[in-house]
Design a protein around this ligand. Structure first.
Ligand SMILES: [Zn+2]
Length: 369
């Protein structure tokens, strides 16, 4: 597969409506055709392969995806254009479910495509029109060595790392205490996640759960030493049930120049960069965020520090606008972070991303096998 970036390089969603002239048949059977191509130009999965390097077992998966899906609707002359538009939009919503995702197997991609086509067929014929899918449609393959591959990691693999961390007995106990205390008091409780050694995923160091008695704030205390532990994360509760906040995402990059870490070895700094995370426990979900693109997140760090109030106001506006703090977080931080989500009390984390479709952008779960 070549030209991955060309395929996905454009930032805008493109939808082509080509009106083809009506058929030269007898009038009562004449059909016009609406030919359209669904193209999710901005793709969702751009993670960071060095997270996998950090644990030494980068998987070599090929991905499958659809850069576009074409379809044609045949409709009788005199059809209400608004009805046609409504049906075309519904079809695009269906197709976007299949075309906005990277698949880990050819079969998975094919199944999603066929299911989307079946739904589109039902929608179109249900409105009394004819539906014409393309006759042959193959998912594109993206494998190690192809252009664009290095921009990706397997989010399903990092999901396992996140799950392993959350299942560690020390971390699980911390998170459970944080959830209980935050729920019971409606103020944020939290604790740092610390390692005993600077570049090893375990053992973790037990940290006391505490509170600053604030409904919307918990101040982590970063340390990087044998005595106080090597802080690679922070867990805290959100009484409001919201996803990680801008300040939570900013925290990921905010300690890299704390003297103890600044003066640490390159190996330690790289380990930290690749593995720092924030966990938010709430009564509905547990979220974990990690850094996807360090430079991009650092840029946002400076924007945030320059105008914290403005940045937060924008976040609140987006949350209200889309009725979703996940949506607001991903809108602002996008490719700078990875977001994982599990039902409360579960460690079954799933990667969550943004897809771009006919009705605007929306939050989706990234499918794993
Ligand atoms: Zn928070």
């Amino acid at each position: 597969m070549k030209n991955f970036y060309n395929t996905f390089g454009s930032l805008s969603f493109l939808l082509l409506f080509l009106f083809v002239g009506s058929c030269k048949k007898e009038p009562e059977k004449a059909l016009n055709f609406l030919k359209s191509t669904y193209r999710p130009d901005k793709h969702i999965l751009q993670n960071n392969i060095d997270k996998l390097m950090a644990v030494g077992v980068p998987p070599k998966f090929c991905y499958y995806y659809y850069p576009s899906i074409e379809y044609t609707i045949g409709y009788p002359a005199g059809t209400d254009p608004q009805l046609l538009d409504r049906i075309a939009r519904s079809v695009e919503e269906e197709l976007s479910k299949a075309a906005s995702i990277l698949y880990l197997s050819y079969q998975q991609a094919l199944n999603a495509y066929q299911s989307a086509q079946n739904n589109a067929f039902q929608l179109v014929t249900g409105a009394g029109f004819n539906y014409y899918p393309p006759t042959v449609y193959e998912p594109y393959q993206l494998c190690p060595g192809d252009d664009g591959y290095m921009a990706l990691i397997d989010p399903c693999f990092q999901k396992m790392l996140v799950g392993n961390m959350a299942r560690d007995s020390i971390i699980a106990a911390q998170n459970s205490t944080i959830l209980t205390k935050t729920t019971n008091t409606s103020v944020e409780y939290g604790a740092e996640v610390k390692l005993v050694a600077p570049t090893s995923f375990s053992p973790y160091k037990s940290t006391t759960v505490r509170t600053d008695n604030a409904t919307n704030n918990f101040n982590p205390k970063f340390t990087w030493s044998t005595t106080d532990g090597f802080t690679v994360g922070v867990s805290h509760g959100h009484p409001s049930n919201s996803a990680p906040s801008p300040a939570d995402a900013i925290w990921l990059v905010s300690n890299i120049n704390v003297p103890a870490l600044r003066n640490a070895s390159t190996e330690e700094r790289n380990f930290f960069r690749s593995n720092v995370f924030v966990t938010v426990v709430a009564s509905l979900h547990t979220y974990v965020i990690t850094v996807n693109n360090w430079q991009a997140l650092e840029k946002l760090y400076f924007e945030f520090k320059a105008d914290e109030a403005g940045f937060n106001a924008n976040y609140i506006r987006l949350t209200t606008e889309h009725g979703s703090s996940e949506h607001a977080l991903l809108s602002l931080f996008g490719e700078a972070i990875n977001l994982y989500k599990a039902p409360a009390g579960s460690t079954n984390f799933k990667p969550v991303g943004m897809a771009y479709g006919g009705t605007g952008d929306f939050v989706i779960e990234i499918l794993c096998p």
